[in-house]
Design a protein around this ligand. Sequence first.
Ligand SMILES: Nc1nc2c(c(=O)[nH]1)N[C@H]1C(S)=C(S)[C@@H](COP(=O)(O)OP(=O)(O)OC[C@H]3O[C@@H](n4cnc5c(N)ncnc54)[C@H](O)[C@@H]3O)O[C@H]1N2
Ligand code: MOO
Length: 411
Amino acid sequence: MADPDPRSVEQHLEQVLAAIEPLSAHPQPLMEALGLAAAEDVVAGVQLPGFDNSAMDGYAVRRADVATATAESPVHLPVVGEIGAGQSTGLLALAPGTAAKIMTGAPVPSGADCVVPYEWTDRGVAQVRVERAPEVGQHVRLAGEDVAVGDLLVEAGTVLGPRHLGLLASVGRSTVVSRPRPRVVVLSTGSELRDPGQPLGTDSIYDGNSFLLAASARRAGAIAYRVGIVPDEPRAFLDALEDQLVRADVVVTSGGVSQGDFDVVKEALRPHGVWFGPVAMQPGKPQGFGFVGEDRVPIFTLPGNPVSSYISFETFVLPALRKLMGLRPHARPQVRARLTHAVTSPAGKRQFLRGELDGSGSVLQVAPVGGPGSHLIGDLAASDCLIVVPEDVTALAAGDPVSVVRLDEEF
Ligand SMILES: Nc1nc2c(c(=O)[nH]1)N[C@H]1C(S)=C(S)[C@@H](COP(=O)(O)OP(=O)(O)OC[C@H]3O[C@@H](n4cnc5c(N)ncnc54)[C@H](O)[C@@H]3O)O[C@H]1N2
Ligand code: MOO
């Protein structure tokens, strides 16, 4: 059967994103939520600090009682108690003319208005010699000075990082409503494939793609299940798929989608309504996308050439996973850089060349790495970005500006 007219990269991405709904949000334990998008506005239910407390180990005093203290003319005060952090002693108020030992983080008793650090005293137990006077409020951390009740701590959509999680825990939250990590099942098709560590035949190759794709999915924040190899037999493929659907929010396959006589994925899934066709890009021309099983699980059928598989993941699957997770932007941002060498590109296709970025700020240069061949996984691994040559451009000279996608950056 002849292929339909190619879709543009944008058209295919639009079709994919229009068909994907974010996963429903629910409360997640804080540590599970690292890297996920908050799906609620979190407002502080308590203030931080929760109470006036000491910033130093020392003595809580009234400034008026020690105002004249110097090394030459120290002030002596009776020590009426000791207040440790988390050790309630019942010393809630400090009488004039007295001092209370106080540890960092412990509540400052009412009446005290500053803390004398140990270093300014003789560290006395029954009586303390104060050799220097703090200012009013010095070494006291005031209740609510950091966070007030009602403050917006995390806005819905924020990608939760260590600092957000630390703050949420600090106001007593043990969970945060967020969208879960999508479960991504990765299947490689091809009777020529072998698992790494197994012996190779004369015509077999190792299955690199399932690692490339499962690692990409995990890097994107998903839970990746690398199922491994399925031979080029439609029944075996459908059985393997059926087995996996129960734990899949997304299925990603590689191989078996072009024009070959054994293009198993196309043969098995076309009758199930999955779309197959060319996208005007190189690598990554033959694509497939649709839904499988009773729960209509989205499936991406990526081409088998390793670089094609990887670039297809970056271009279509990654944005879909980000949408499922409620993350924005969906696609990686692009930067501009100047080419170090001339390149050529096929007319009518968006070409994604592999490159290496150098420089900083607005002065970036990008060097092409290897050729355009979609089997060149060695060059793919040596690169750190993709050089994007638009559909209507067939040649670029050294020094020309191009758009570049950085591959390993968080966004
Ligand atoms: N007559 C045509 N032939 C091809 C066309 C075409 O338009 N007409 N398109 C070419 C393009 S472009 C691509 S990309 C590939 C895509 O082919 P498939 O998706 O069907 O993939 P396979 O044929 O199964 O494999 C292609 C290539 O990649 C190797 N491979 C496959 N799986 C893995 C894996 N898991 N790990 C490592 N390498 C893998 C496989 O051995 C082949 O060398 O089709 C072109 N042909
Ligand atoms: O378009 Mo294929 O994906 O070049 O190699």
